[in-house]
Design a protein around this ligand. Structure first.
Ligand SMILES: [Zn+2]
Ligand SMILES: [Zn+2]
Length: 125
């Protein structure tokens, strides 16, 4: 079980996963929302349980490169992104929001072609 929380701690959640493989995403959206790129565990929405009384706010992102909408969940108090849920299935959990973040391995990088060159070169896998 993984344990997550937003930066201010108002939103807490668990993820029923044992994997420590994560994907580094260089897409335009992650550059904008994640500040430069984003490091995500690929999971399923039904494995995520919000454990705080305060529920995350959500933003329905229809500007994705693939054209498939993604619901992006974030803390309404501090603004931290906590996880994102593509309409077609699956979920991306922000590794940086997890207490176990330092255990994660870089399993893959995606959307390198859209990335900030200085970062893509240094993180290529
Ligand atoms: Zn917060
Ligand atoms: Zn991305």
């Amino acid at each position: 079980m993984l344990h997550g929380e937003c930066y201010c701690g108002e939103v807490t959640f668990t993820v029923d996963e044992t994997s420590r493989d994560a994907a580094l995403c260089h897409c335009i959206t992650c550059q904008h929302i994640g500040s430069a790129c984003s490091f995500n565990l690929v999971s399923q929405f039904d494995k995520i349980t919000v454990t705080s009384d305060v529920k995350p706010k959500s933003y329905n992102d229809t500007k994705t490169k693939s054209g498939n909408p993604i619901v992006r969940y974030f803390c309404g108090n501090c603004g931290s992104t906590v996880f994102s849920v593509p309409v077609g299935g699956g979920a991306f959990v922000k590794v940086g929001a997890l207490k176990e973040a330092k255990e994660f391995k870089l399993a893959m990088t995606i959307f390198e072609e859209d990335g900030i060159p200085a970062l893509v070169t240094n993180s290529k896998k």
